[in-house]
Write a protein that binds this ligand. Structure first.
Ligand code: 13P
Length: 392
């Protein structure tokens, strides 16, 4: 199960001066192609899902496929919420299986950016999940033309970056040094000196958004100066689009005619990037050093006194609704024994994304309230154990 802690994955890249590709996916074809590329190049990889793309796919369904793809991979994988807009977006991403989240409050004034980011960091760290913050402004929307991007680049200043990282506790910082999201117009001018100063001042993995359109030489210079995660989307989408245009020219008529070869086109661009950014061949070294991202099963077996079966069903339904919203809870399962004479008639199976959630869930006010008022008074006879799940 090579889902690994993203902090360890990027620390390895930072120490060894290479960058991991964080490729945004918008369909199953992207997911399969990115994974095929990472497997072929034996590279660690980040599967990114951007909130700005949620109009193209159902986030919950896409996460189920993304988690399945990561779990069956033989290379180390992390799953990242890209450009999370709100606190609740970060919670939702974590509870659906993201093990890294970005909170993008970079369009707010510095104080507000710091306040919101700090709130997300506190919540996410209590779930074991690392956080990427952004400072400065990288204009544009992934997949669109540069001309349509509102506003100019606002460069990240070294002083603000230092203060922002100190006060928020983010694990990775997305910096604005001249890139734009989407298709570039003309040659991007990157401020490498500023990047080197930020790297020296912070010493944490740096992230570049708007990877599309940079030259091989620019990538090399970015990575030499501390960039360890490169966000990349538009070039993949364009490679897919070109393949579909070719198919249209060859008399494609059905959906599968149009999309034939799209996976190959995306995979080729993924492999080109992975090789250029130095992550090719690093999979085994990352697997040797990175903490495995393993869920914990919080198991409670219990009997009730003073409640009818109907009351118990109501209590379970409320528990499923309330407890599943607590950060770090992947699933709340409730059950009743198949056999009447079972030692314990009922169970909770609550899946935490990481062992850190054992404590933060226990102390969460919604859990305390539910447990103290709705559950414990009626469930005197119970056992409660947390299990680290052992999987392949
Ligand atoms: P590009 O679409 O320019 O590659 O940028 C992707 C990105 O930064 C996603 O966060």
């Amino acid at each position: 199960m090579p889902l690994v802690h993203m902090r360890d994955m990027l620390q390895h890249a930072h120490r060894n001066r290479y960058a991991v590709g964080a490729f945004d996916l918008v369909s199953l074809e992207f997911l399969e192609a990115i994974m095929a590329g990472a497997e072929a190049a034996r590279a660690p990889v980040i599967l990114s899902l951007a909130e700005s793309h949620f109009e193209y796919f159902d986030f919950e369904l896409a996460m189920a496929a993304t988690v399945a793809a990561a779990r069956r991979a033989s290379v180390p994988v992390a799953i990242h919420l890209d450009h999370g807009e709100h606190f609740d977006s970060a919670v939702r991403g974590i509870n659906l299986g993201c093990n890294g989240v970005m909170i993008d409050a970079s369009h707010h004034p510095l104080e507000e950016n710091i306040a919101l980011t700090r709130q997300v960091v506190e919540m996410a760290h209590a779930c074991g999940v690392p956080v990427e913050g952004e400072l400065g402004y990288v204009p544009g929307v992934e997949g669109e033309d540069a001309e349509r991007h509102p506003g100019d680049v606002v460069y990240t200043s070294v002083e603000d970056a230092k203060r922002y990282v100190d006060e928020t506790g983010v694990d990775f910082l997305a910096v604005s040094i001249g890139t734009v999201h989407g298709r570039m117009k003309g040659e991007p001018k990157l401020d490498f000196d500023r990047l080197a100063e930020i790297d020296a001042a912070l010493g944490i993995p740096l992230v570049i958004h708007g990877g599309t359109g940079l030259s091989d030489e620019q990538f090399r210079r970015l990575i030499e100066r501390g960039v360890t995660k490169i966000n990349y989307y538009t070039a993949l989408a364009d490679a897919a689009g070109r393949r579909m245009q070719d198919n249209a020219g060859n008399d494609a008529r059905s959906y599968t005619d149009f999309t034939r070869g799209v996976r190959d086109a995306i995979r080729e661009e993924v492999v080109r990037c992975i090789e250029l950014w130095g992550s090719a061949g690093q999979a085994d070294a990352v697997l040797d050093t990175a903490e495995r991202w393993e869920p914990v099963e919080h198991v409670i077996l219990y009997n009730v006194e003073g409640l009818t079966d109907e009351d118990v069903e109501e209590m379970m339904a409320e528990g499923r609704r309330v407890l599943s919203k607590i950060p770090g809870v992947l699933r709340v399962g409730t059950g009743q024994a198949v056999k009447e004479d079972a030692q314990y008639r009922f169970c909770w199976l609550v899946t935490f994304c990481h062992p850190a959630v054992i404590d933060s869930y226990r102390d969460h006010p919604d859990h305390r309230r539910f447990a103290d008022e709705r559950f414990r008074p009626y469930a005197g006879g119970r056992v409660s154990i947390d299990y680290r799940m052992i999987e392949d």
